[in-house]
Design a protein around this ligand. Structure first.
Ligand SMILES: [Zn+2]
Length: 467
């Protein structure tokens, strides 16, 4: 009887051990993730992977890249091979290292495979459980090629220009870099140039606050991160920006400050009405002219992302009919209160005055992308003309359009007014390139449009001339 019980107990224990052994063999191995590279390995790539298991207890952890039957090690616990190993959490390790021409000079262009394997101890270290993950990649080592095609690039300070160029491969992103600012190029078909898939058109600008000797060049970047730049001949012309002094009076502050405070979510904590003390109104005005101006400009700049990849406009841009220029582009303004300097700002548009509530018309064909109240701009409309070009109409008393609406050149979009930071009824008109203000004067000028833009686009349809 006792022997039978013992036998049964031994049998059960053995059975449990066998079950534990088997289930340990099926235990989940470490969780592996290859973070980088993604789809491509370029001339300067990196390898990043994470490996997770309870207590970060690994028996083995290795990574390699294989190509055409050859295995190139990337990492192992015994031989980190220059990789950095860091413990991200109690359970997770992160491996990172460079994976470039210097570290792996024998990689060639074409398909390759990155593999990570790991094992962890299970059943008190009596057994182990392993896992493997892999990702297929393409090695790309040839940098993009850029060929400028257009000629006679003349850039006036604060103004725009256009360059036509060729870029290969076709999946490379490209454009013009002016100092630290990039202006993407668009397929030339969007500007009406058919025939070649490698042709690009990029509008760019030397902004009013950039130096005259700012570097201007073409850039291209393929999805593997390979980069190329190319210079193209251009001349820079100086422009004089005016300085003006603007007196700020209590009557003006009483009219504009409470209205802007009421309409601006950025100033939700503030309050102002007709009974607010002049000193307090002045403080709010400085907040509006400074921080709110910055915030409103950033909101306008972000609209650049919504530009169409094709040119929606044709012919010169229209100026407000029968209007008088009250203030020009990039005027440097000093603000005075009681004869004392209180602030300085740069005015990044044109102020055009006509009669009160004058019809405001789309300066050219495009799509409305913004139509609402926006702080210093008051009631404001932005029209996208494609390829990064947009026009802005501010201080309107009423708006006749809604976002998404296509408009023709000359179509009425609202009435002029004095909403926002406006001293009287006028239209504040601005032209924007990739969200950055450029002088509207060029776009109003038929000859500039012909010489600087249309001629280059026409020439690009012919045989490319050598430089
Ligand atoms: Zn203005």
């Amino acid at each position: 009887m006792v022997r039978a019980v013992l036998g049964l107990t031994a049998g059960l224990a053995l059975g449990a051990a066998v079950a534990a052994w088997i289930s340990a063999g099926q235990a989940i191995g470490p969780v592996l993730d290859i973070v980088r590279p993604g789809e491509f390995i370029g001339r300067a790539a990196s390898f990043v992977a994470t490996a997770e298991t309870p207590g970060a207890q690994f028996l083995t952890l290795t990574a390699h890249i294989e190509q055409e039957g050859t295995v190139y090690p990337l990492f192992s616990l015994d031989d980190p091979a220059g990789a950095a190993l860091e413990q991200e959490t109690d359970d997770r390790l992160r491996i990172s290292r460079t994976l470039d021409r210097e570290s792996h000079p024998d990689l060639v262009e074409g398909p390759a495979r990155v593999v990570v394997t790991a094992t962890r101890p299970v059943l008190f270290g009596l057994r182990e459980s392993g896992s493997e993950t892999a990702t297929d990649v393409t090695v790309r080592l040839t940098p993009p090629r850029l060929t400028p095609l257009s000629t006679l690039h003349y850039v006036t300070h604060g103004g725009a220009e256009l360059v036509v160029y060729r870029v290969t491969p076709e999946d490379a992103g490209s454009g013009v870099r002016v100092g630290g600012r990039e202006y993407p190029g668009y397929p030339a078909a969007g500007a009406g140039i058919e025939g070649r898939d490698d042709l690009r058109v990029a509008y760019f600008a030397l902004l009013h606050d950039q130096d005259l000797d700012t570097r201007i060049q073409l850039y291209a970047r393929d999805p593997a991160g390979n980069e190329a730049t190319a210079d193209f001949a251009h001349r820079i012309f100086e422009r004089q920006f005016r300085r003006s002094r603007i007196p700020v009076g209590d009557g003006f502050l009483r009219r504009v400050v409470p209205a802007i405070v009421a309409e601006s979510p950025e100033l939700a904590g503030e309050a102002a009405d007709s009974s607010t003390a002049p000193a307090e109104l002045l403080q709010l005005y400085l907040l509006i002219n400074g921080q709110l101006r910055e915030s409103n400009r950033a909101a306008i700049a972000s609209l650049a992302a919504e530009t169409a990849p094709r040119q929606l406009w044709s012919g010169p841009f229209r100026q407000l009919a029968n209007s008088q220029v009250e203030s020009g582009f990039a005027d440097h303004r000093t603000y005075l209160y009681d004869g004392n300097e209180i602030d300085q700002q740069v005015h990044l548009g044109f102020d055009l005055a006509s009669t009160a509530n004058a019809p405001v018309r789309a300066s050219n064909a495009g799509t409305v992308i913004f139509a609402e109240y926006l702080g210093i701009f008051g009631r404001c409309v932005v029209i996208d003309h494609g390829m990064g070009l947009q026009s802005l109409y501010a201080h309107l008393s009423s708006i006749d359009v809604t976002p998404g609406m296509p408009v023709d050149r000359g179509q009425q979009i609202g009435l002029s007014g004095q909403t926002g930071l406006a001293g009287g009824d006028h239209l504040h008109f601005a032209m924007l390139l990739q969200g950055r203000p450029v002088t509207p004067m060029e776009w109003w000028d038929e000859h500039w449009i012909e010489d600087r833009l249309l001629r280059k686009l026409r020439e690009a349809t012919g045989t490319p001339t050598s430089r």
